[in-house]
Design a protein around this ligand. Structure first.
Ligand SMILES: [Ca+2]
Length: 162
């Protein structure tokens, strides 16, 4: 990359690389009752390096009291210093500013279904420049009514459904 811009571009190249590293690609998705799939780029081939992806998932507005469900079907990332290099995070809201419900890397991933508290979820995938020879991840997402849990707020009896 440096050579293709000539020897005078070192400062420019730094700027270009810095911007490339900072750039996040956003993907807006709707969660329906039917399950849909998110995978890392090129899954199950190695996912490449130095990018940041963010999937912003909103439940279909026709589903009452919707929450988003996420189930990780497969995940294999690098595992360096507690996910310092590459990491997947699931947030409880419509952007990555919301609180992290789960984060993982390496061979570990949530075994059950991850549920949001409201009608949106965000999944982020960050991969550093190094250590990318892994197949990445595949997960399902869908929306469902929160159902009987909401009764607790609407009734005077303190019944909790579990
Ligand atoms: Ca990496």
């Amino acid at each position: 990359m440096f050579h293709s811009y000539g020897s005078g571009c070192i400062i420019y190249c730094f700027v270009i690389i810095a911007l490339a590293n900072a750039a996040t690609t956003y993907v807006g998705l709707t969660a329906h009752r039917k399950r849909n799939v998110i995978t890392s780029p090129n899954y199950p081939q190695p996912y490449g390096d130095a990018y940041s992806l963010e999937w912003n998932i909103l439940a279909d507005s026709s589903i009452q009291n919707a929450i988003v469900h996420i189930k990780v079907l497969d995940s294999e990332l690098s595992n360096i210093f507690n996910c310092y290099e590459d990491i997947i995070e699931i947030m409880d809201g419509p952007s990555s500013l919301y609180s992290v419900i789960r984060s993982f890397c390496g061979d570990s991933s949530p075994s059950g279904i991850v549920k949001t508290s409201g009608d949106s979820a965000t999944v982020t995938f960050y991969t550093s420049k190094k250590d990318n020879d892994y197949k990445g991840f595949k997960l399902e997402y869908w929306a469902q009514s929160k159902g009987l849990y909401t009764l607790k707020q609407n009734t005077t009896t303190d019944v909790v459904f579990k």
